[in-house]
Design a protein around this ligand. Structure first.
Ligand code: ACO
Length: 270
């Protein structure tokens, strides 16, 4: 397999389908994959024919987390500099994904472990197969959930579920992951792609400037006081207006003057 093949992608009807593509290694993330994923994200982010990005995995796994051999053992054997570089590369593309220009959806088709929680959280929305299995398996091989995984657990789960999940190293299926808030929803694997396509198509009908401002706002205000959030949101909308001042005016016009839609029931015509 060539180095570029570890990530597969295609663009169909404005949806970029990006896949972890090391199925024979359950899509665990080695340095090659991490570097390639950053390149692919770069390539797709500002393409006009891309409106939504979906991240899924080839084969039976979404991602079996970090590659214990190549990311940990072999990198550590090269010293601290190599370890830090490998960390920068993996954390780097997850961070890039957290603040991606386009809406992002994790389509979790199978195994999702440890380091996989980084890109899982990085995606704005997440849909899982009921058959998928999620685990913070770090404790099972003797480390804490690093690389942001503990933070993801605390952000998304209740205190008790986060503690149990991280300390016990037991897996939960897609349904439980949805009940816990780790993903939005779980559907049978056979229906997963259709459901994600429907969600992506709905997002494609919304104002893209407003979507980017909204997803950033959701991530940012969590750690602000109410007063700071109020101020940030005023400024964020005003900044969005500088890119797209006509969009919201058109949204108001179609509702108030044209009476062609109701914002409470759907989106205006782009
Ligand atoms: N790191 C390195 N190699 C891996 C990883 C991984 N995370 N996951 C799977 N592989 C490799 C296996 O070593 C095996 O390689 P081989 O064919 O050369 O022997 C191949 O992928 C297939 O794996 P199997 O274990 O044979 O696949 P199976 O379908 O039976 O099991 C499962 C899948 C449950 C995902 C299992 O591979 C597994 O437990 N993987 C590790 C999951 C994990 O704990 N990841 C680390 C999380 S912690 C962190 O990311 C910091």
């Amino acid at each position: 397999m060539s180095e570029t093949d570890v990530v597969a992608f295609s663009v169909e009807n404005r949806i970029a389908w990006v896949k972890f593509n090391r199925p024979e290694k359950r899509n665990c993330m080695n340095p090659t994959l991490n570097r390639r994923m950053m390149e692919v994200l770069d390539e797709l982010e500002f393409r006009d024919d891309v409106g939504v990005l979906v991240l899924s995995g080839e084969g039976t796994a979404w991602s079996a987390g970090m590659d214990l051999k190549e990311y940990f053992r072999e990198t550590e054997a090269q010293g601290l500099g190599a370890t830090r570089k490998a960390q920068r590369e993996s954390y780097g593309w997850w961070r890039r994904l957290r603040w991606y220009q386009k809406p992002t959806i994790a389509m979790v088709n199978g195994w999702c472990f440890g380091g996989g929680y980084g890109p899982l959280f990085a995606c704005d929305l997440a849909f899982a197969a009921e058959e998928a299995q999620f685990g913070l398996s770090e404790i099972n091989w003797g480390i804490l959930p690093g690389g942001g995984a503990t933070k993801v657990a605390v952000e998304l789960l209740s205190f008790r579920n986060a503690m149990y999940h991280a300390m016990m190293g037991e897996n939960v299926d897609g349904k439980t992951a949805a009940a816990w808030g780790l993903v939005n929803e779980a559907v049978p694997l056979a229906k997963l792609r259709d459901r994600v396509t429907d969600v992506a198509n709905a997002l494609l009908k919304k104002n893209p400037v407003a979507l980017k401002a909204t997803k950033d706002a959701i991530r940012r205000v969590g750690e602000m006081t109410y007063e700071n959030a109020e101020d940030y949101l005023v400024r964020a909308q005003e900044a969005a207006n500088s890119y797209d001042n006509d969009g919201r005016k058109e949204g108001i016009r179609q509702f108030i003057d044209e009476k062609s839609y109701k914002p409470g029931l759907g989106a205006y015509r782009l």
